[in-house]
Write a protein that binds this ligand. Structure first.
Ligand code: SF4
Ligand code: SF4
Length: 425
């Protein structure tokens, strides 16, 4: 394996803290992923990507920058990757799935901030993220109040920050706001890259991103089979990798994985024995390297067969029309596509429950686990009505509110085991 320390040093990382982080993530990966039984061969690509997550992929980003391309980092599925690709940028999702440098984070954020926001700050303040240090532009979005105010503070540490304002209501006025904001973002990217947004390039970018999402939708549909051909942990990993891998290469790897899974399904092969309790997860996104709850669920005897989540089907279920006749029309089509995302920051947000129920029935799941991060107002507030509606519709539901620490693992496992017993009763 190459020694990437000189590259990390050139990015200004704290090498000792970074080495410690890589070691702890590598160990968690070994215990959580590599120890699983019957993994598809196609997961080897994703294992390789993870093994080089701070190595080869960062080198690729730096090579792209040397060729004059710009690297744009983002935190939310509302940031349209299509506009970035159309202007020859490289789009990377920034990690927000682990606790780092909490002592430094606590100096700038209130303690009762969700783990996801704290994580975004921890990676930056702890100087352990080569992605964020490679970015020419970081894009935030005004979703929840926590993020809105956090970006005001983040600007101190990341001057190259562009914040997209998002509507809170899916109305005509809301659509108008998003359209204006996507155009403002496109103008920012034009200024950064020195290029002009052209229809041909925008349509090509839409085709690329649609292909990626279509491959992920195909993977999701294959999880209907019993026995499930892939574990929920591996499916989550694929979703997590989708945010920072090269989109064309990623689509090829997911398609090859799906070819293999189709053969498994036809042969009745699965990762676990048939009739294992099948669960759908609904709620907050699980960003890399947040694997805590799925690891508990699957090591307790369940299999996860779907995620109503932004790291999951909430970010892939809609494709964008590829027939825009002008840049303006194509951007308007992007707005229509993105405004469907069922984030809990919208009011009201009824279709989120409908989709959670839809995939539960399609995947023949036995129940839903609603997952919220502590101090996440939108998802914790929405958890009550979602769980209530699911139970009313005869879908057993378990509500878990947690964070990125390991302290409550035992307690969660006890509740999960009781829930699985209820499903079997
Ligand atoms: S849950 Fe909402 S704020 Fe979070 S990534 Fe999804 S759309 Fe963005
Ligand atoms: S929507 Fe919730 S999980 Fe996401 S950043 Fe806001 S508070 Fe955190």
């Amino acid at each position: 394996m190459s020694d990437y320390h000189p590259m990390w040093k050139s990015l200004g990382l704290d090498l000792a803290a970074h080495d410690a982080m890589l070691q702890s993530v590598g160990q968690a990966y070994q215990e959580t992923f590599l120890s699983q039984p019957n993994r598809p061969e196609g997961m080897k690509y994703f294992d390789f990507v993870i093994s080089e997550v701070h190595g080869l992929r960062i080198k690729e980003l730096l090579d792209a920058k040397a060729q004059g391309r710009k690297v744009i980092g983002s935190y939310c599925t509302f940031v349209p990757e299509e506009l970035i690709l159309a202007l020859d940028g490289v789009s990377v999702g920034l990690c927000t799935g682990g606790d780092f440098a909490l002592d430094l984070v606590d100096q700038v954020l209130p303690r009762n901030t969700c783990s996801l926001i704290k994580s975004a700050f921890g990676f930056k303040l702890g100087k352990v993220c080569p992605y964020i240090e490679s970015c020419d532009l970081v894009v935030g979005e005004n979703t929840c109040d926590g993020k809105k105010k956090a970006y005001e503070i983040m600007r101190r540490f990341i001057p190259n920050l562009h914040v997209i304002d998002l509507p809170q209501v899916k109305s005509e006025a809301g659509k108008g706001l998003l359209l204006a904001e996507y155009k403002r973002f496109a103008a920012k990217l034009e200024e950064l890259t020195g290029r002009k947004l052209e229809l041909g390039k925008l349509k090509a970018a839409i085709v690329t991103v649609n292909a990626k999402r279509a491959a992920l939708k195909r993977l999701a549909a294959l999880r209907q089979a019993d026995p499930a051909p892939i574990s929920g942990l591996d499916a989550l990993l694929v979703s997590q990798v989708s945010f920072y891998d090269d989109p064309v290469r990623f689509t090829g790897a997911v398609s090859a994985l799906c070819d293999e899974l189709e053969k498994r399904v036809a042969a009745g092969q699965g990762v676990f024995a048939p009739k294992r309790p099948r669960l759908v997860i609904s709620g907050c996104p699980m960003a890399f390297p947040n694997w805590k709850l799925p690891a508990i669920l699957e090591s307790s005897g369940a299999v996860i067969v779907g995620e109503e989540s932004c790291v999951g089907e909430r970010s892939t279920r809609w494709l964008t029309p590829e027939n825009g006749n002008s840049v303006d029309e194509a951007i308007a089509q992007l707005v229509d596509r993105y405004l469907q995302i069922e984030c809990a920051v919208f009011t009201p947000n009824p279709t989120r429950i409908e989709y959670a129920e839809q995939i539960t029935r399609e995947r023949k799941a036995d129940g839903v686990v609603h997952y919220s991060l502590q101090f996440c107002q939108p998802y914790q507030m929405e958890a009550g009505p979602v769980v209530e509606q699911l139970e009313k519709d005869s879908i057993p539901a378990l509500r878990i509110d947690t964070d990125y620490s390991r302290e409550d693992e035992g307690q969660i496992r006890t509740r999960v085991e009781a829930f699985l017993e209820r499903l079997h009763a």
